[in-house]
Design a protein around this ligand. Structure first.
Ligand code: ATP
Ligand code: MG
Length: 684
């Protein structure tokens, strides 16, 4: 195979023809203006949004240089607006009230629903009124712990409408994690649901929430309201429920004889959502807020350490999530858009709720998982709703690749024009499969690099303009001034590799770590004063393309050669039987560090000596003899955050036989850690 640096896919003609940005010349011209005249560039974009009071003075005020004083960033300060108004009222007033905002697709394919912009607005107003009448005011934090149901969107928009701040906690986190986040963000109101099916697994959300509330109380936070959506009564239970109940009497505790789901109730705080909203008015005046007022707090995935409470503000985030959605997916009216991320992650905030709604888009909101009730579930949904723009993560793509092409080919996916990916570097094999099998070779693949902190895409191709290279996130988005720095802070010009940093602020960037501005400064601005430091490494190739190589903390140094995890893992993933790979460095008496690779195999794969030799040879061949892995370990699974990212810091500990794993509260399946620990290769 030709080197990926040389493999180029031109933007599909049918996309380019009508794209918002349809050529590299146009991209370069717009990008240059956004960097040189950021206030004018974003000022023009701001005109497309409703501001109750225009920005009185400067559009941008900031200091990026810690050596000159505290770091701060302010966009549009003094302008008054409301993001909920721009998501809903604006479209309803423009006569688009009857348009579908979301098709809802449940865990069970039989459960479906849809909601229009007008219906969303009415529901949001009712909840907004209810919250206000229960003492939720501008600036108060409301925690949200819910499945992917329309009430989750309603809840977050209602909070935003009344000027309050949402803190959404992914509905798969434990009671400890929920309590931790509620305490840290001083959330005295919680919105949750009774329970949810994820595939065949029942998650008792209310029970977990109750435990969290009691932990909060023990630690002095008085949660005064818990609004509970009665979700279980309206969903189809998996067929296995009946067997489970018959076979395991213990499970009966959550269901009555008629299979109604039961929850415990504390009438001093618990209120059913349905009762609360039925009596509330569907007219709720907007609370206008300053563009720099907080919109939400969201905790990072915790891949590299203790999660950070990232704070985003209203105005800049609104402009940025909307503009990235419009250009990165080249959104046009008539599109049906489907993002598989949970709203509990930043991807869901920016690209399930805010970006699409700000653009007046119609989306699919999916409650389930990609492999239930069968491995073609995503593709079935795409066919069913004629999805044109699809957005998912490399971890999902790699999982689905394991089942081969057949589950994809069963469905008509010809509606697809743009395929997005986010979350981790995507290895070229997965990129090519996504392009060829899912997109039928006709759709543009956009590998979007960004972080909870950046609020929206910061490096990404534009589907109608950018010739793409498999595995490269390509070029910076408007407003992003990319720079690669070496260890000493010198800029790497032209081809080369270094720390990925940004030179100037963009509207969607975080403003602080909630209640910890010091950590904000040390994490992102200390190492290279004057720059925002992403913590990721990147390479610029001869054509100027950016290749994100992974976390700087995870870099590998073998015999003096600096290697990125993405490089080695991509090579391993070229071996036919390998489904997933994660590589870490471990000390070596001669080389300084050597490579310890954890690999999972495709269905039916066998971890034989021949396979081990193949893997070693592949890495040698692709990178060089010095990179040959010393340890290859079969992994039944990899430790991943609940957002699907590999936690290499845990693998590093396993490799050296150290049980001091650090904060692993965001791990999806902690049991995998013990299995890998027990089976680490001899002399490890
Ligand atoms: P924490 O900051 O707590 O360690 P996290 O960094 O995993 O957690 P997120 O904000 O969810 O939390 O993830 C952002 C990170 O995900 C990026 O810094 C990068 O490492 C990785 N990432 C996201 N998208 C891409 C992409 N397209 N290519 C490469 N890496 C990506
Ligand atoms: Mg991070």
């Amino acid at each position: 195979m030709a080197s990926c640096d040389d493999q180029v896919f031109n933007p599909p003609e049918n996309v380019s023809k009508k794209a918002h940005c349809s050529s590299m010349e146009q991209y370069k011209e717009m990008h240059a203006r956004s960097i040189k005249y950021p206030e004018a560039f974003w000022g023009d974009i701001a005109k497309e949004f409703y501001f109750d009071q225009p920005v009185p003075g400067k559009f941008l005020d900031y200091n990026f240089d810690v050596s000159k004083g505290p770091v701060y960033v302010k966009w549009l300060e003094g302008g008054r607006t409301n993001i909920c108004y721009n998501c809903l009222d604006k479209h309803v007033l423009a006569g688009k009230g009857d348009q579908i905002a979301f098709y809802w697709e449940g865990n069970d394919p039989a459960d479906t629903d849809s909601v229009t912009f007008s219906e969303l607005l009415s529901d949001v107003c009712r909840v907004g009124n209810y919250l206000q009448s229960h003492g939720v005011n501008k600036g108060d934090t409301v925690a949200i712990y819910m499945p992917m149901i329309k009430e989750l969107v309603v809840a977050m928009l209602a909070v935003a409408r009344i000027g309050a701040v949402h803190n959404i906690v992914f509905g798969g986190y434990s009671s400890d994690s929920l309590a931790e986040r509620m305490l840290d963000s001083s959330a005295s109101v919680l919105i949750c649901a009774d329970g949810v099916w994820r595939a065949n697994k029942l998650v008792h959300l209310k029970e977990i929430a109750d435990e969290a509330l009691s932990l909060c109380r023990q630690r002095g936070l008085d949660v005064r309201l818990s609004l509970v959506v009665q979700h279980m009564a309206r969903v189809t239970h998996p067929p296995s429920l009946h067997d489970a109940i018959n076979g395991h009497p213990a499970k009966k505790t959550h269901f009555d004889d008629k299979l109604n789901y039961k929850v415990s109730w504390n009438s001093s705080v618990d209120v059913w959502w349905e009762e609360a909203v039925s009596s509330a008015s569907d007219q709720c005046p907007v609370v206008w807020v300053d563009a720099e007022d907080p919109l939400f707090i969201l905790y990072t995935s915790g891949s590299t350490g203790k999660p950070k409470g990232v704070l985003h503000t209203v105005g800049g985030y609104m402009l940025y999530s909307a503009t990235t959605f419009k250009y990165s997916f080249d959104y046009h009216p008539g599109d049906v858009y489907f993002c598989t991320a949970d709203i509990g992650w930043i991807t869901g905030h920016s690209y399930v709720t805010y970006g699409p709604l700000l653009n007046g888009a119609t989306s699919v909101l999916f409650e389930g998982v990609p492999t239930y009730p069968h491995t073609g579930r995503f593709w079935e949904i795409i066919q069913k709703y004629k999805v044109s723009k699809f957005y998912t993560a490399p971890t999902a793509i790699r999982t689905l690749m394991k089942f081969g092409d057949d589950p994809v080919k069963k469905y008509d996916l010809s509606s697809l024009t743009v395929l997005g990916t986010v979350g981790e570097p995507i290895n070229p094999e997965a990129w090519l499969w996504y392009h060829r099998v899912v997109g039928g070779g006709n759709a543009a693949v956009v590998d979007t690099f960004w972080q909870t902190e950046t609020g929206g895409h910061v490096i990404t191709p534009l589907p109608g303009a950018t010739p793409t290279k498999p595995g490269s996130a390509c070029f910076p988005f408007f407003g992003i001034s990319v720079c690669l720095l070496d260890e000493s802070g010198e800029e790497v010009l032209g081809e080369g590799e270094g720390y990925l940093v940004f030179r100037q602020p963009w509207p969607g960037m975080m403003r602080t770590i909630y209640k910890n501005h010091q950590r904000f400064q040390t994490t992102y601005f200390q190492k290279f004063p004057g720059y925002y430091c992403t913590g990721d490494g990147a390479r610029r190739d001869k054509d100027g393309y950016i290749w994100v190589t992974g976390r700087i903390d995870d870099m590998l140094n073998v015999s003096g050669h600096l290697l990125s995890t993405a490089q080695v893992e991509s090579a391993l993933l070229e071996v036919e039987q390998v489904a997933e790979a994660a590589v870490v460095a471990r000390p070596h008496p001669v080389k300084g560090e050597c490579l310890h690779c954890f690999v999972t195999l495709k269905e039916g794969g066998k971890f034989t000596d021949a396979l081990v030799t193949d893997m070693k040879n592949k890495v040698r061949g692709k990178i060089g003899p010095f990179a040959q892995p010393d340890y290859l370990q079969l992994a039944p699974g990899l430790p991943k955050t609940r957002s699907g990212k590999i936690m290499r810091r845990v693998l590093r500990k396993i490799a050296v036989g150290d049980r001091d794993f650090g904060d692993i509260s965001t791990l999806a399946d902690p049991s995998v850690v013990e299995i890998l620990f027990q089976h680490r290769p001899a002399n490890a």
